[in-house]
Write a protein that binds this ligand. Structure first.
Ligand SMILES: [Zn+2]
Ligand SMILES: [Zn+2]
Length: 275
C-alpha cells in the first residue's frame, strides 16, 4: 500500500568539510532550506586518534564556533542543533554540544582497532587476520562492541547499529539470516530498544552507492519494534545532495516492520510523529 504520509523535514546526522563531508556547513544549510527543512543538525566526527576522518581537538573548537555562527545567521529560517558523532573507542568530549550520536566504526582485536566501514577489503582483511576467516566470529565481536557502547553511552542517538552490513547487501560476505549472525544481532536490537535511546534507521550507505536499503534491516527493526524501541530517520549525509536521501523508502521499511510512529528532531527536541 502506498502512503502519502508525512516525511520529516529534519536530519541530525550530517557531515561537512570539518570531517569527511564534501560540502561546507553553510552549503549544507542552504541545501536543507531548499528542501524546506525545519531542522538540520551537524554531527561531524569527534576526535579519535586512530581515525584520520575525525576532527582534531582544535578543529572541534572551530567547528563548534562555525556551527554556532551559522545557527545565529539562519535562526529565522531553520534550526541548526550542534552535535557530533562519537566513535565508541575514543574518549567522549561532550561539552559544548546540544546532542551526540554514539557509533561503532572500529572494533578492538589482538591489541589493535580494525575498521568496520572503511573499505570492503579492510573488512575482509580483518576477518582473515583476527577471526581465522570466520565472518560470524567477526560479527559477534562487532555486536559485542555495539552492545558495550549502548550500555556505556550517554548519547541521545544510537548510530547505524548494523553497520557491519555496509558491504554485504548481496550477502556474499556472510548470511544475515544465519542463526550464528541473528543471535548476536537480535540481542543487540533488544538492548538498543530497551535502552530507550533513539535508534537510527540510517540511509547513509545508499547515497554513497554501497546499498539500496537502509540499516538496520528488517530482522533487527522487527525486534526493536517488539521491544518498544524508538526509531529516527538519519541520512548520515556526506554531501548537500543527500540530506533527505531515501527517507520515503526508510519510512516504508519502518511501517513494514510494524512501527506506528517514529521520531524527528525539532531543533534540539525529539518529537514523535505518526507513520
Ligand atoms: Zn558513522
Ligand atoms: Zn556519520
Amino acid at each position: 500500500m502506498k502512503h502519502n504520509a508525512y516525511i520529516p523535514k529534519s536530519n541530525v546526522h550530517s557531515h561537512s568539510t570539518f570531517s569527511d563531508g564534501r560540502n561546507t556547513p553553510e552549503e549544507m544549510i542552504r541545501a536543507a532550506l531548499a528542501l524546506g527543512f525545519h531542522t538540520l543538525g551537524f554531527s561531524d566526527h569527534g576526535h579519535a586518534d586512530y581515525d584520520d576522518c575525525s576532527m582534531s581537538l582544535a578543529q572541534e573548537a572551530d567547528y563548534r564556533a562555525e556551527i554556532r555562527r551559522l545557527r545565529e545567521k539562519y535562526a529565522e529560517q531553520i534550526d541548526v542543533p550542534l552535535g557530533y558523532e562519537h566513535d565508541w573507542l575514543s574518549p567522549a568530549n561532550v561539552d559544548g554540544y546540544d546532542y551526540y550520536i554514539e557509533s561503532v566504526h572500529y572494533v578492538r582485536a589482538d591489541g589493535c582497532c580494525w575498521s568496520v566501514d572503511w573499505t570492503r577489503q579492510k573488512l575482509e582483511d580483518a576477518m582473515a587476520r583476527h577471526y581465522g576467516g570466520d565472518p560470524y566470529a567477526l560479527c559477534r565481536d562487532y555486536f559485542r562492541t555495539v552492545c558495550e557502547s549502548i550500555e556505556g553511552t550517554g548519547a541521545d542517538i544510537l548510530g547505524h547499529i548494523e553497520l557491519i552490513m555496509k558491504f554485504n547487501e548481496k550477502r556474499d560476505l556472510f548470511d544475515d539470516s544465519d542463526p550464528r549472525y541473528l543471535e548476536s544481532a537480535l540481542a543487540c536490537a533488544e538492548l538498543a530498544a530497551r535502552s530507550g535511546r533513539l535508534i537510527e534507521i540510517n540511509t547513509g550507505a545508499i547515497a554513497r552507492g554501497y546499498r539500496t536499503q537502509p540499516y538496520p534491516g528488517e530482522a533487527m527493526l522487527r525486534r526493536i519494534r517488539e521491544c518498544g524501541g524508538r526509531v529516527l530517520l538519519s541520512s548520515d549525509c556526506h554531501d548537500s545532495g543527500a540530506i533527505d536521501c531515501a527517507f520515503a523508502g526508510a519510512l516504508e521499511l519502518a511501517r513494514a516492520c510494524g512501527f506506528k510512529t517514529a521520531w524527528e528532531f525539532r531543533g534540539v527536541t525529539p518529537v514523535e510523529y505518526k507513520l
